[in-house]
Design a protein around this ligand. Structure first.
Ligand code: AMP
Length: 660
């Protein structure tokens, strides 16, 4: 395939911000690819790399070298390129301009292929040792010499790891689903917006040459949506009306086998259930292998069965299961059920330990290999884990060697980054590991076993030794008071809080499902003012259901946005404020309305809890609250008394010391 075609894909993806559109564009592109090798390369290039994330290799060509390669290709001085870059902030755009200004469009210009680009980038990344810098420059400038302006732009962006086409993993996953599996649509979805001011059915009616199954009642509604276009649609596609029994029988959605491209159902529930099955399978395969290119290949060639067969590969980290958050003991129980397993939430860093005999590797939650930095943990695994082959998870925490008290995370965070004098550091800040889960044992995945059983298995392969390697401290209870006592005990010992775990739940790699719920000391809440809102949809239509929050710049008095809140209010009036009440408060304050969004006079002050403060360019304060949640109305507070930007900055700095 020509690289130029790839550039068209990048441009198309970058031209829209609609996720649905991007998914569609990607799916259409993937569908056309026949060869596996090209498919794998394509997925990686769409992710802006030539290496899968599990691999420790990265393109990682230094910016200095890239500039030199650009300079070499276009005969422009490095300092000029650097100056321009500072001005524009995107070397890709500068290179595009340089390439289009080039006078002698070289006679010997060859059209670049995807293979050529891929191989050169890969080689450039892998070169090491004497003279490697020069050869890296050559490999990149060789590409640039032959590249069209648009190609040059994307080559440079890929080299720098900054593709800017707005495609995250979720979109690639959905694109793979759409390319290889029956697209399941349901009636209610058909009238939903579908990018570019279109509705889903508009896009559907434009389809050609597809095998379409439509459930009877949905057929009637489709006809009503636009009878003319529907007639066209019938002409252009092979449309079959089906009943419930036929749909029941359609248990394989892999297009190669089902031969159904599009299935239109009347029930949203059934539809989303079918769709979710495929997404879950793709997610699982991705979480286990960390390789979307492989997932795409399996989806294309083997469908559902193949995805089910995907296995973990020892020493390739898998994506871990994440926790949701609760704000009270009762809420935590509501989320995981009673009785639940409660465990200390240690304030360290998560380790995923892979073991095969004496070979041990340790990965962080971000899948970084930290084996070298923790020889003491490796030793502990060899001594205290009796299984031959396994993947287990735990939290490694530091303790004071004299007092034996557990230390807060920032003390050991230094060890994670350490490159030199590792042994010395290990003596100074000893660590211990508290194990809490097992995902693989002696050749078998254990993720589909209930947590209760996994904990038993884990216990059976660990010889505990205090201050070296132990099982996470656990209490199984169904009582609020006992849980509260355990929580306080955990805090007294210097933990962050407790985890509540559903005893019957499986391990869902890579997802933040509510099988594991954290309860921490509540962060200080913020008092903020609502400056905008959005009208809800579906059963929430008629209410303003998400709210733009702002804090105050103490210097200028200006209101600066910090996030958008849509949880914590009630649908029905039980206890607490409902969406309806909030809508009634805000409606008279509306000053501007655009589509679903409204701007309101800043008068309603609310108390808001949140998970974390992040830096963010999306809000005028420069910060965004993660998961902001309504706590209560603060009718007693005026806009002048709300929290300031300074306070948010302060909270952000404190919190940064905790997270790793
Ligand atoms: P958070 O980072 O706040 O989302 O909380 C989840 C993290 O808590 C996990 O990724 C672990 O690193 C950590 N953690 C500490 N103790 C436990 C435990 N007993 N079970 C599960 N996770 C734990």
């Amino acid at each position: 395939m020509k690289y130029a075609e790839f550039v068209k894909l990048y441009d198309a993806l970058a031209s829209t911000t609609s996720k649905i559109k991007k998914t569609e564009i990607l799916a259409r592109f993937l569908e056309k690819i026949e060869e596996d090798d090209l498919l794998e390369k394509s997925i990686l290039l769409i992710m802006g790399t030539v290496f899968p994330p599990w691999s420790e290799e990265e393109i990682g060509v230094a910016t200095k070298l890239t500039i030199r390669a650009v300079s070499r290709a276009y005969g422009v001085s490095e300092s000029e390129i650097e100056a321009k870059w500072k001005e524009k902030g995107d070397l890709g755009l500068i290179v595009e301009e340089l390439a289009s200004r080039r006078k002698q469009v070289t006679l010997f210009r060859q059209e670049l292929s995807v293979d050529k680009v891929f191989e050169n980038l890969k080689k450039a990344a892998q070169l090491e040792g004497g003279g490697s810098q020069e050869r890296k420059i050559m490999l990149i400038s060789e590409l640039l010499i032959h590249a069209s302006p648009a190609e040059a732009k994307y080559i440079v962006r890929t080299v720098l790891g900054d593709l800017r086409v707005g495609v995250a993993e979720g979109i690639i996953r959905d694109g793979i689903a759409k390319a290889y599996f029956t697209d399941v649509i349901w009636e209610a979805l058909l009238t939903q917006p579908y990018g570019d001011g279109k509705k889903r059915y508009d896009a559907l009616f434009e389809e050609k040459g597809k095998m379409v199954w439509v459930e009877k009642s949905a057929y009637i509604s489709l006809e009503r949506m636009s009878s003319l276009k529907f007639q066209e649609f019938l002409k252009n596609n092979d449309v079959k009306i089906v009943g419930k029994e036929e749909i029941e029988k359609l248990d394989v959605l892999w297009k190669k086998k089902s031969n159904v491209d599009i299935l239109i159902l009347s029930s949203a529930e059934k539809g989303s259930e079918m769709k979710q099955k495929i997404i879950d399978l793709l997610e699982r395969a991705y979480a286990l292998t960390n390789d979307l290119a492989l997932v795409a290949k399996v989806a294309k060639n083997e469908g559902e069965d193949g995805l089910k067969r995907v296995k973990l590969i020892l020493f390739r980290p898998i994506r871990v299961m994440l926790a949701q958050r609760a704000y009270s003991v009762r809420e935590a129980f509501d989320m995981v059920g009673r009785p639940a397993a409660l465990e200390y939430k240690y304030d360290g860093f998560r380790v995923q330990i892979h073991k095969d005999g004496d070979k041990v590797k340790i990965f962080t939650r971000r899948l970084e290999d930290v084996t070298k930095q923790f020889p003491d943990v490796v030793e502990a695994v060899r001594k205290h884990v009796t299984a031959k082959r396994c993947v287990i998870e735990g939290e490694t925490i530091g303790y004071d060697k004299e007092t034996k008290k557990w230390l807060p995370f920032q003390k050991i965070s230094r060890r994670i980054k350490r490159k030199y004098e590792i042994e010395k550091m290990a003596k100074e800040i000893p660590v211990m590991t508290n194990l809490f889960d097992i995902v693989y044992l002696e050749g078998e995945l254990t993720i589909d076993l209930p947590f209760r059983k996994r904990r038993e298995l884990l216990k059976s392969i660990i010889k505990e030794e205090p201050y070296v390697m132990v099982l996470a401290k656990q209490l199984i209870t169904d009582k609020d008071e006992e849980a509260q006592r355990f929580f306080e005990e955990a805090l007294d010992l210097g933990n962050e809080g407790v985890m509540f775990k559903n005893l019957d739940a499986v391990y869902k790699p890579g997802s933040r499902v509510g099988y594991m719920v954290k309860l921490k000391t509540t962060l200080e809440t913020l008092d903020l003012v609502i400056v905008g809102a959005e009208w809800g949809e579906g059963k929430r239509s008629g209410w303003l259901t998400s709210y733009i929050l702002a804090c105050r710049d103490e210097d200028t008095g200006e209101l600066l946005t910090v996030g958008k809140m849509s949880t914590g209010l009630k649908e029905k009036s039980e206890e607490g404020t409902t969406y309806e009440e909030m809508t009634n408060l805000l409606k008279p304050l509306i000053i501007k309305e655009k589509g679903k969004e409204v701007e309101v006079m800043p008068q309603v002050v609310v108390e808001v809890s949140y998970e974390e403060i992040q830096k963010s360019p999306h809000y005028t304060s420069g910060y965004a609250l993660r998961f902001p949640r309504f706590v209560r109305l603060r009718a007693d507070k005026s806009v002048e008394e709300i929290d300031t930007l300074g306070r948010i900055e302060h909270l952000y700095t404190i919190q940064r010391h905790r997270s790793g």
